[in-house]
Design a protein around this ligand. Structure first.
Ligand code: CP3
Length: 342
């Protein structure tokens, strides 16, 4: 069976001899070949130039026997397409062009129809990747969740306390809802473009789902995700990643997604037992393990594989993105352990 078939079988919660494997942020700064390309082109240039984005996407697949490729891009291309650009702050983290503070600024955002044209380069990149991969490995598209994107837009970039987005949520719910509706419509147009261009699955990153009060997670985040899933083709593999939302795994599983990607603080085998059998799980090794030693990686990877033995519907991954200081030999140990396990 090809890697692509293995990946899609896991999404459909079918029985497999070993889980498929990919790694969040598998293309990035821990790879010397990525750093070499980035010395010549900026991150934004690489994202916007289909030949470069294709090359960066394929870099980890040349080195490692991963079962899926993930489009090289960023979740912030959506705010950018709506009229709010982004950059990297010298001190680290994201800076947006301005803060989304007024109803007039929300009204001035571009309509969802503008997305396919403004993000046409993503469709081109996916088309190039589809041809390069020729069905050998799964091809993943992705985007941020409406809530996670709204945090960047309203905070004006990366944030520690998320005070502004919470202020907006609690004091101006009408404006919050209009902003989230706009982002949701843009994401629906964007994911349809990715699916039309050949994505086999879409991952939605609700990276900041865990910062809102538990009783408000539904209203702040989950309801918008449910709308997105409902607007995509029935049964299309949508993967939801959320960080710090362990109490909500069942509600997340019932949004219509096919795969729930679980962070490293959760017990994956327990989540597997809790969820309906037709919803797969993805995860969830602690990314920091890849900054330790190959022996430790082999040991912890085997422990997780054994804990999941006999279950259906598991995609092996980390519990969050790989870190810039990850060691290549640790990544190799992860790949060897998962792909040789039976
Ligand atoms: O997984 C992959 O290999 C695909 C590429 C990918 C990137 N960003 C490339 C990237 C994906 C899936 C993302 C998603 C993303 N971007 C998320 C959600 C996932 C998560 O980590 O929770 C978020 C919150 C962002 C926003 C973002 N982009 C941040 C916070 C940063 C780091 C900024 C910093 O302090 O350096 C980025 C930059 C970014 N996106 C890099 C990469 C490879 C690093 C850019 C570089 O310096 O080369």
């Amino acid at each position: 069976m090809t890697s692509r078939e293995r990946f899609l079988a896991a999404c459909a919660a079918e029985a497999l001899d070993r889980p498929p494997l990919w790694v969040m942020r598998q293309a990035g700064r821990y790879l010397p070949e990525y750093r070499a390309l980035k010395a010549k082109s900026s991150f934004l240039e690489m994202v916007r130039t289909p030949a470069l984005a294709t090359e960066v996407t394929l870099q980890p697949l040349r080195r490692y026997a991963l079962d899926a490729a993930i489009l090289f891009s960023d979740i912030l291309v959506i705010p950018e397409a709506l009229g709010q650009g982004y950059h990297f702050r010298d001190a680290g983290g994201i800076g947006m062009e301005f803060r989304m503070e007024s109803r007039a600024q929300v009204d001035a955002l571009a309509p969802a129809d503008a997305v396919p044209e403004r993000l046409h380069y993503v469709a081109e990149t996916l088309g190039m990747l589809k041809r390069e991969l020729a069905g050998s490995r799964a091809l993943l598209g992705f985007g941020g969740s409406p809530w996670t994107l709204a945090t960047y837009m309203v905070e004006g970039g990366s944030s520690d306390e998320f005070e502004r987005i919470k202020q907006l949520f609690y004091t101006e719910r009408g404006m919050f809802d209009i902003l989230l509706e706009k982002i949701t419509s843009a994401l629906i147009a964007y994911f349809k473009l990715q699916i039309a261009a050949g994505a086999d699955a879409i991952q939605i990153f609700d990276s900041w789902g865990g910062i809102i009060a538990g009783q408000d997670y539904e209203t702040a985040s989950l309801r918008w995700i449910r709308q997105i899933v409902a607007a995509l083709p029935p049964e299309f593999p949508v993967i939801l990643y959320a960080k710090g939302t362990a109490p909500h795994v069942l509600d997340q599983a019932f949004t219509g997604i096919r795969v729930l990607s679980v962070d490293w603080t959760n017990d994956l085998a327990m989540v597997r037992r809790t969820l309906p059998a037709n919803v797969a799980v993805q995860g969830n090794l602690d990314p920091v393990l890849l900054n330790t030693t190959p022996e430790i990686v082999r040991h912890e990877t085997t422990r997780l594989l054994e804990a999941m033995r006999g279950t259906r519907g598991h995609i092996f991954n980390l519990g969050h993105g790989i870190m810039p200081h990850a060691r290549l030999e640790c990544m190799q140990a992860l790949v060897d352990t998962v792909t040789n396990w039976r």
